[in-house]
Design a protein around this ligand. Structure first.
Ligand SMILES: Cc1cc2nc3c(=O)[nH]c(=O)nc-3n(C[C@H](O)[C@H](O)[C@H](O)COP(=O)(O)O)c2cc1C
Length: 214
């Protein structure tokens, strides 16, 4: 976990690519159909071993995770020749942590979290703008000509919507992959057991691991 966390930090520092904290996140529906999308990893907590991403709690991914908390994720830094694969279980972050992160976002992103019912059907782009303006109005935020500008000079205080927040992915298995010449890559995988603890965490067993053939 320490090494994986170092890789994650290194990729940010090197600005290895746009969104070096992007990861593909897989969830599974009731019909066992996996679905995948990119989300941004906002924290890599080596001890006790979880990742954090933020999203709409009513989105497809969140609905699937609520019913089936087992997820998989992958990060890939092409310029660095590195990949991290993760399997684990997702639980909602504590509300206080989501509040703290939400408060660091710009007002535009904060408003966006209120304005979009992520993953729901949409009649037209215009309807979305209408919805965004109406919700901004409900929050007492006056927008300018377009939705990217404010009518007032002072940035508004926008609270976190109850339907938006973080998930912690508790890591049960992790593989580090380093690109090698002639496809002779270097792979190692570690795993541990996770036993359900309190609502927001797990009791984790000790890690064991081994190298894998490329
Ligand atoms: C680079 C990039 C970063 C993204 N980051 C997030 C994110 O952190 N959270 C999020 O909910 N969606 C993020 N998205 C959008 C998701 O990929 C996806 O479209 C959205 O979450 C809806 O997914 P769902 O319908 O499966 O729930 C990102 C997309 C891209 C391309």
């Amino acid at each position: 976990m320490e090494l994986a966390s170092e890789w994650f930090t290194h990729a940010q520092e090197q600005a290895a690519q746009r969104n070096p904290n992007a990861m593909s996140l897989v969830s599974v529906g009731d019909d066992l159909q996996p679905s995948v999308r990119i989300v941004l990893c906002k924290a890599f907590v080596a001890e006790p071993g979880y990742l954090v991403f933020y999203t709409n709690y009513q989105s497809r991914k969140s609905t699937e995770i609520s019913a089936h908390p087992r997820v998989a994720a992958v990060m890939h830094w092409d310029a660095l020749g590195r990949q991290i694969r993760i399997e684990g279980q997702a639980v909602r972050s504590p509300a206080s942590e989501s509040d703290a992160y939400f408060a660091t976002r710009g007002w535009g992103s904060q408003l966006g979290a209120w304005g979009s019912d992520q993953s729901r059907p949409l009649e037209s782009r215009d309807k979305l703008i209408e919805q965004l303006r109406a919700r901004a109005n409900d929050l007492g935020v006056a927008l300018g000509e377009d939705t990217n500008t404010l009518a007032s000079a002072t940035p508004p205080t926008i609270p976190r919507p109850p339907h938006w927040g973080g998930f912690r992915i508790w890591i049960q298995a992790i593989e580090l992959w380093v690109e090698g010449g002639d496809r002779i890559h270097d792979r190692a995988r570690w795993h541990r057991t996770l036993t359900a603890g309190d609502a927001q965490g797990f009791a984790a067993g000790s890690w064991s691991g081994n190298r894998l053939q490329p």
